[in-house]
Design a protein around this ligand. Sequence first.
Ligand SMILES: [Zn+2]
Length: 326
Amino acid sequence: MKVAVLKAPERIEFEERDTREPDSNEVIVKVLHAGIAGTDLRIYKGILKPKLPLVLGQELVGKVKETGDMVDNISEGDTAVIEPVLRCSRCEYCLSGRYNLCEGLEVLGVTTDGGFAEEIVLPEYMLHRIPEGIDIKDAVLVNPAAVAFYAVKKAKISFDEKVAVLGGGPIGLSAVQFALRQGAEVVLVEPEEYRRHFAERHFNVETLSPEDADDLSGKIDAVIEASGNPEAIGSATEIVKRGGRIAVAGAFGAESKLNFSLIVRKDIEMHGVWLYPNIFKRVIGVLDRGKINLQPYITHEFEFEEIENAFKTALTEGAIKVLLEF
Ligand SMILES: [Zn+2]
């Protein structure tokens, strides 16, 4: 089977590899669709530097091709979305259900080979069956939506509050949708005009460029940082009200200069948002009830063989989510 391997920043090569035999608790998944994630792009550009060569790919939908002897929650022929997090299931974090903090955590396409491949072998617990009513192109976007869901949950947004989402990529746009569902008044802060117009058109929210965000100073109950720009955290501390909340889902892998005295004096509640524990099934439920709409994020689609083109396109203005079809 064919695998796309990142050999060096901005250099992807195809290789032929054998699919290994699944262990008793594992399944072989034939990949159907994969999204190019922000993490994939940061590794491709050399901004995040995991060990190479590496197969990228963490937003995945596939069909179960073969199951190990002990697999009992999913069957051959099922279509499933993959939660790209491997855990030890033994450490104190796993045992308390916070497996996103697992001491042995592995993330597909970051610390171990991911899913830009025709087939991938994974433990059964990483697969979530997709209900009949959900389009698989929505399902492939459950991963960024899960980060947004967890961020909005941590920010404890309530009805009638004013919420600012920083960054209009798939995580930010999903945070906009979840915050609107919570009854909040939402403003999206995003530098790209194309993304601002997209959010206004699809989700009917107010938008601002970061230069105009000063207008929000001291007026926001909760901020969701989803831009990945380290400077945005500083801006979050400015725009949030006294006693407000900030959930940081974006900016990891970069250092940020923060005015801690502002955080202290404004009595700000600050939350890190690392992946998501036990959130995938809940996002699938929300999708199944038609409460959020992820498919509009898909601006471009490519065949797996055109992966280099897909990455180049994903780095251009006007691309929100680029999908690969296998
Ligand atoms: Zn663990």
